[in-house]
Design a protein around this ligand. Structure first.
Ligand SMILES: Nc1nc2c(ncn2[C@@H]2O[C@H](COP(=O)(O)OP(=O)(O)OP(=O)(O)O)[C@@H](O)[C@H]2O)c(=O)[nH]1
Ligand SMILES: [Mg+2]
Length: 627
């Protein structure tokens, strides 16, 4: 329906308290796939999307970080304040504020509405999560609410198909007839007294227009009595993590074998179809063995993400943060550091960006510095490859798989060292150290939405495949080239790869890394491994495939098991817990801290820890006779 010519694009902005469903609405309206999760502080920067209303008006929609007030205490809240007040120099201010309220938690939402009204912009109040409010028997008199607030009000359920129809109709209407006039802003940084007054006003409106059921919903409270219990809660958290790692190994195994067999067959096929020579080697050893050795880990990464996404949507992650607060506080970490650190399990980059919710710069820097110590998903290929090749597939204590146990241990060391580093930073480098009280709001539990979990999982899978197709593929071409040229001289006695550039380069670095048990193949693999951690695995895959000659096996694990000592394998694991092997993470640290300084500090302290850990591991393992 484009009978109406577009005169101009409207610009609408989603504002509201954290965890009220702004991003879920943004995704529903624009068809985007921004991250949604059941805890406050998911969105930390503004995102723009476009959609057309039913009569064809174009709307530029801005999703903003959630905030309780426009005071702008942390970097993410400043983004929202500046957008609402039209202070972003390079951008046109929004024509209409879409204020999203969690209909089950109107007290805080309406306090923000009272404050937002002073900004003088036209506003539409969206009572989101109306499905939950209705189920709980919360009765909201919409016309009364509109009259009391002097604003139009509409309800929505962002996560259900058809749950935004009323809203869409209303937006179409506003786009056709004008959103309303902008007045001079009367907003000033509110004092505590102002906020109290705003809360009184909100309570008055609620009293007039909302009736809560006599018997409030107690499910969340009953579940929390167990999950937040100081002892039972921690045990449940540990058990959950433990099951997760067992699942990563046990469930993924058949799928991994399938993928691995597929790539081996593909390699054989390429070998048979192509004439003997460089092209054959490039396709078989460079492309198929290299990229394949990383793609094999897709099932494990999917299982890990599935667990994380389900727990996030359920609302458990904020509880885990609460449980960990004592321990983290002891190490000098801010309570709000938990979510950024948790995000770092997927990848340190979103984790470091999520530190924008921390208002205190010192606490934010500490969190940024230790975030890369959390075990990101790019380490999974490295860890599993070594574990599968060197740790026997045994059961210990009757129920625990040894491989899963080792994996759990590697994650635990990552976490413990992050705590230790922040402890040291707090006690030796920062002057004053006051740990602020924990201020994370605990969201109500929600049944995970299958559709949104599936969508998020799909996005993660695509991101992984894209990396395999771009960064990893490009690095493989480089490694294949280095490992194949120059060609061996006439009458060469050793395998061709021993005469290659890769071998020269590796032997040149080897003396530095020999004390920690690394051979020249590992030394070379670490260089392209800076592009992304899993590239090291792919590089080893390519080099051992080339070095193995004709009967090269695509099963790089077998090659490692026959060529590395256990001590080397363990030292390699220890190295990867700490090594700053990720150029993108370092770049993000530079950007988020606004300079080179913290990037270098992070790089060098991690490098030092990596070398030390690998050295100690190698020496101890050698002394135990595993060399
Ligand atoms: N049942 C139900 N759940 C919803 C609705 N809208 C959002 N959710 C869920 O509520 C949680 C929070 O949604 P988000 O969209 O991430 O919230 P947000 O306002 O963007 O949060 P921040 O970015 O942290 O400010 C997620 O688990 C969503 O799946 C709704 O209308 N009904
Ligand atoms: Mg959001």
């Amino acid at each position: 329906m484009t009978s109406i010519t577009e005169t101009r694009a409207w610009r609408f902005a989603l504002v509201g308290t954290p965890n009220s469903g702004k991003t879920a609405l943004f995704n529903a309206l624009t068809g985007s796939r921004q991250k949604v999760a059941n805890y406050p502080g998911v969105t930390v920067e503004r995102k723009t999307g476009v959609f057309h209303t039913s009569s064809g008006y174009r709307i530029d929609l801005v999703d903003l970080p959630g905030t309780y007030s426009l005071r702008g205490r942390s970097p993410d809240e400043e983004v929202t304040r500046d957008m609402v007040l039209g202070r972003v120099a390079s951008e046109t201010p929004p024509d209409l504020l879409l204020c999203v309220a969690d209909a089950t938690n109107l007290r805080v939402a309406l306090r923000l509405v009272t404050e937002l009204k002073r900004a003088g912009r036209p506003m539409l109040l969206i009572l989101n999560m109306i499905d939950i409010a209705r189920r709980r028997g919360i009765d909201i008199d919409i016309p009364k609410l509109e009259a009391e607030l002097g604003l139009p009000v509409v309800t929505s359920t962002a996560v259900r198909r058809g749950g935004t129809e009323d809203l869409l109709r209303r937006l179409d209407d506003l786009a056709a007839n004008g959103a309303g006039e902008t007045h001079e802003s009367e907003w000033q940084t509110p004092s505590v007294a102002d906020l109290r007054a705003a809360q009184r006003e909100a309570d008055r409106v609620i009293k007039a227009a909302v009736s809560e059921p006599a018997r409030p919903d107690t499910l969340t409270a009953r579940v929390d009595a167990v999950l937040l219990h100081p002892v039972a809660g921690i045990l449940i958290l540990l058990a959950l993590l433990f099951v997760m790692f067992q699942a990563v190994f046990a469930w993924a195994q058949p799928f991994m074998e399938l993928i691995s067999a597929g790539f081996t067959a593909l390699g054989v096929l390429a070998h048979d179809m192509l004439p003997e020579g460089l092209l054959q080697s490039f396709i078989q050893n460079g492309v198929i063995a290299g990229v394949g050795s990383v793609l094999v880990f897709l099932p494990q990464i999917m299982i890990l993400f599935l667990f994380i996404l389900l727990l996030e949507d359920l609302g458990y992650m904020a509880r885990a943060a609460f449980l960990m607060d004592r321990i983290m506080g002891g190490a000098g970490l801010h309570g709000r550091a938990f979510i950024p650190l948790l995000s770092s399990f997927a990848c340190a980059i979103p984790g470091i960006m999520a530190t924008r919710v921390i208002d205190n710069r010192r606490d934010r820097l500490t969190t940024i510095m230790v975030a890369p110590l959390m075990t990101c998903s790019a380490r999974i290929p490295v860890y599993t490859l070594i574990i599968a090749a060197f740790v026997p597939d045994r059961t210990v204590g009757g129920i625990f798989g040894l491989q899963g146990l080792v994996m759990f241990g590697l994650y635990a060391i990552g976490i413990a060292s992050a705590l230790a580093v922040s402890f040291v930073a707090n006690h030796f480098f920062w002057r004053e150290s006051a740990t602020p009280p924990f201020m994370l709001e605990l969201p109500d539990y929600k049944l995970p939405q299958l559709r949104s979990v599936a969508m998020a999982l799909y996005a993660r899978v695509m991101a992984f495949l894209q990396r395999a197709g771009t960064t990893i593929f490009a690095m493989m071409v480089v490694i294949w080239f280095l490992a194949s040229f120059p060609r061996p001289p006439e009458g060469a006695t050793e395998a061709g790869i021993n005469y290659s550039l890769a071998a020269m380069l590796g032997r040149w670095i080897e003396p530095v890394l020999a004390p920690i048990g690394f051979n020249w193949q590992i030394s070379v693999a670490l260089i392209p491994g800076m592009a992304a951690r899993e590239v090291a695995v792919a590089s080893l895959g390519t080099m051992y495939a080339i070095g193995g000659g004709d009967e090269a096996s695509a099963q790089i694990g077998q090659a490692l098991a026959s060529q590395w000592s256990l001590a080397t394998a363990l030292a390699f694991l220890a190295w990867y817990i700490f090594a700053p092997q990720c150029a993108s993470t370092l770049a993000v640290i530079r950007r988020e801290t606004g300079g080179w300084r913290w990037m270098f500090i992070t790089f060098f302290y991690m490098l030092a820890l990596a070398y030390l850990a690998a050295f100690v591991t190698f020496r101890i393992a050698s002394a135990l006779g595993w060399g």
